[in-house]
Design a protein. Structure first.
Length: 163
């Protein structure tokens, strides 16, 4: 019982890929906010499937009202953003279905959302999805996946380490 009480929180963690698709370096994302790392460091995935799963064990911090983005906090304190598509805030939720709520605890691989790639493309938006470390002043990324095909919940996207 006391071991659990005084157990140190793990601050380093591996993120699993939240989407099935192809890994794209952040520098190649056609949106300066992401490619210039204005929001933080990370990586992107060009999805081939509509399912989005949790990349971490932790908590949902914010499901954006427009359903295009979800932020999380790992059990160790790292903050992560999944931004489904580019400029998709303009869709005001069209094509997105969210399966979690603010404050909900999640485990790696839990269903978070589905987004209809065809609807988003038909509306003229790109589906490339940045995954961003928001609190880079406290954490850093390492072991980032290269440009390769990945499967949601199965492959490691990158490692987050406490600075």
């Amino acid at each position: 019982m006391f071991k659990k009480l005084f157990k140190k929180k793990e601050t380093n963690t591996d993120l699993v890929t939240p989407l099935t698709g192809k890994v794209v370096p952040l520098a190649q994302v056609p949106d300066e906010v992401f490619s210039q790392k204005m929001m933080g460091d990370g990586i992107a995935i060009e999805p081939t499937d509509k399912q989005v799963v949790s990349p971490i064990d932790g908590e949902v911090v914010d499901v954006f009202k427009t359903k295009h983005a979800i932020s999380f906090r790992t059990d160790g304190g790292a903050e992560i953003l999944i931004h489904m598509g580019l400029e998709t805030v303009q869709l005001d939720g069209k094509g997105f279905e969210i399966h979690v709520t603010n404050g909900q605890k999640v485990k790696k691989g839990d269903a978070l959302a589905t987004f209809d790639l065809d609807v988003i493309k038909a509306e003229g938006y790109q589906t490339i999805t940045p995954i961003i470390l928001l609190n880079g002043e406290e954490f850093s990324l390492s072991n980032a996946a290269g440009e390769q095909a990945v499967t949601a919940g199965a492959d490691t996207l990158f490692r987050i380490e406490k600075k």
